[in-house]
Ligand binder design. Structure first.
Ligand code: COI
Length: 355
């Protein structure tokens, strides 16, 4: 945007950092936050000046619309540190674009690039010690926007708060991931908000996911709401299925999130000469492939989860365990992707952006 961003952001720094109290080797996902946060309010039809200030709770009126109508959206991104101590973002323009599409769908104002991207770079410069080197170490970035306008009338707010908080992260899932294929509950419907990264899309999954957790499964693979016959996404990740040597993944739609990791893996796989079929995947095809041994791998793909192998799935109360595979395409793609993200491999796609 050509702005002198430092003069466009107020910065109040903490008196002393809490970084030395953090055990970076034993991080549960999303529990520890850095010293600062970015905050920017929207009032009277315009965005105010953003502030980077100490991470702390804030007060909201009990009638703020976010509490009553869930007018809230978010993004998931990561920052990586290379061997020269430079910090990198991965396709941040994709996150900004999706954030603003989510905003439009939720009747919220778009956040301009100079607040979202330049503000993010500015807070990352302040928090650079929190980004640790080495594959597997990242700083998870959570930009979000909430409706802070007051009054319980069911109408969009006129006041909003955009924020960025940062959390050092290793893996999202610890241990094996087994899934249940949804037969009753749905994540999204045509015309709904499934393609938006709206807070309610995630809380709507908590109850059915809890039921799945109680049975020993970590996630649900959602199916289409009308017939429950086609496989869609896993809620915290998009999903890929490998039948023989072809990777299948559902096309994005009004019901499926347009994942940045998903689209990057498709491009990477194609570059590596792997067959990728972006087409509706039937539950019956996967069950049949599991039975006849042609289903080699299932994996989830998302910013937080990166590439996460799924070891088996349950459908109609039958559990199908996947074979142990040497030459895992999931692990090959994960390595290629994370090497690009950490600047250990050439970024021929131009995906990485220096902070
Ligand atoms: C991400 O992968 O960054 C997400 O936003 C998913 C979230 C549920 C952790």
């Amino acid at each position: 945007m050509g702005l002198d961003i430092q003069s466009e952001i107020d910065v109040v720094k903490v008196a002393s950092s809490k970084i030395n109290q953090v055990d970076f080797e034993n991080l549960a996902f999303g529990n520890v936050f850095t010293d600062h946060m970015l905050m920017c309010d929207f009032k009277d039809g315009k965005w105010e000046r953003p502030t980077i200030k100490p991470y702390e709770p804030f007060l909201l009126d009990p009638s703020a619309k976010v509490f009553h109508y869930g007018q809230a959206i978010f993004e998931g991104m990561k920052a990586y540190k290379d061997d020269n101590d430079d910090i990198w973002l991965f396709r941040p323009d994709e996150n900004l674009d999706r954030f603003n599409k989510s905003a439009t769908r939720m009747a919220m104002p778009e956040v301009p690039e100079h607040i979202f991207i330049d503000g993010l770079k500015e807070i990352l410069k302040i928090e650079k010690e929190w980004v640790k080197k080495g594959l597997g170490n990242t700083l998870y970035i959570r930009p979000f926007m909430i409706a802070i306008g007051t009054g319980v009338i069911a109408q969009p707010s006129t006041q909003y708060r955009f924020m960025i908080i940062l959390s050092p992260a290793k893996s999202y899932y610890s241990g094996e991931v087994k899934v249940i294929i949804a037969e009753h509950y749905s994540r999204a419907a045509n015309g709904g908000i499934g393609a938006a990264k709206a807070a309610g899309n995630y809380s709507a999954q908590f109850y059915p996911t809890k039921l799945a957790n109680d049975q020993g499964f970590q996630q649900i693979i959602w199916t289409d709401d009308a017939t429950h016959t086609t496989l869609e996404e896993a809620g915290t990740m998009n999903v890929f299925f490998r039948i023989n040597d072809t990777l299948y993944t559902a096309p994005t739609s009004e019901r499926i999130l347009d994942g940045v990791t998903r689209k990057s893996l498709i491009d990477l796989a194609k570059r590596e000469g792997i067959n990728v079929a972006v087409q509706p995947v039937l539950v019956s095809e996967i069950v049949e492939a599991a039975k006849n041994g042609s289903l080699k791998e299932i994996f989830g793909a998302g910013t937080a989860a990166v590439v996460n192998p799924i070891v088996g799935f349950s459908y109609q109360d039958v559990y199908y365990e996947l074979p142990k595979t040497e030459n895992s395409i999931a692990l090959e793609l994960k390595e290629k992707l994370t090497n690009i993200q950490h600047k250990l491999a050439e970024d021929t796609f131009g995906w990485t952006v220096k902070v």
